[in-house]
Design a protein around this ligand. Sequence first.
Ligand SMILES: CC(C)(COP(=O)(O)OP(=O)(O)OC[C@H]1O[C@@H](n2cnc3c(N)ncnc32)[C@H](O)[C@@H]1OP(=O)(O)O)[C@@H](O)C(=O)NCCC(=O)NCCS
Length: 288
Amino acid sequence: MTLPTAVEIDHRDRALQAAFCDYVPQVFRTVDFRRWCAWGEWNDDYRAFAVLDEGRVVANASVMRMRLCIEGREVIGYQLGAVGCVPSHRGRGLSRMVMQAALAYCGAAPVLLFANENVRDFYPRFGFTPREQALFGTALHVEPEGEPAPVLELAEPHVRAGLVSLCDEGLAVTGRFGARGHGRIASWYAATAFSRPLRQLRGDVWVFAGVEDGTLYIDDVFAREPFDLRAHIPRLIDQPITAVRFGFTPERWWPRAGVVGEDTEAHLFVRNLAPPPGPHRFPVMART
Ligand SMILES: CC(C)(COP(=O)(O)OP(=O)(O)OC[C@H]1O[C@@H](n2cnc3c(N)ncnc32)[C@H](O)[C@@H]1OP(=O)(O)O)[C@@H](O)C(=O)NCCC(=O)NCCS
């Protein structure tokens, strides 16, 4: 019997991309890459390390190249995602094989990933250590006022292109522990309908934000220069709000926001990477 080996799938290989897209919902029921691929968002920064069985992907570990921001410095690192094995093939070492292939590709660079609570003991086997994530927010009583900020549709190619360039060239949403140039991760959330609406505050100031139960959730901010986010809040809400929550460490956009708890749903693991001491939140729209 020949031992299986991991193959590397990149953005040019349409047939293997389709096999990868068929694999994902077999392991993660609500997750789908089809629309994101159809949008042409899979580029050279994303590659999947997969084991195939008769042309089907049965185990996978994907790698996204990232421009990480750590305490004001920018470093190239990687984020793992879509790690798994179809139920029929588990317990045969196939996930170990794809993890090893993915990590060999990353080399000595910093690597991070967001796990789920069932696999918290899996990643330490590969040199990862868990790190806490905080939740940031502020009390704020505001009524809707002014012209509502228009919603931008990421189904439109020019909006996707605009998001990618704004994200590549603009300010990082946080300098503590975050990323730049993650427009194609943010668009994945929109492609799977998991994201809050993308709203245009003005020409090149865009935010992912939405209101739930009187709380405004601001998931990401894309801008080329600093601006007064507080002044735009009345245009982002369609009902009175009493609180704001941030999907990132808000030291740049709301320095007076505080820690309102621990993000118990985020299971961050890091390897060759030291997040800053103190509370921080890796941007939710930059997680794969
Ligand atoms: C977790 C998962 C990837 C393991 O896949 P697998 O192919 O069965 O794993 P392997 O056979 O390669 O096991 C590699 C090692 O990890 C261990 N392991 C497997 N699942 C584990 C788990 N859930 N927790 C801790 N260790 C685990 C194995 O015992 C094995 O250890 P060993 O090398 O010392 O013998 C698989 O169960 C899965 O796809 N789960 C659902 C998807 C998921 O949650 N993915 C993670 C997303 S963050």
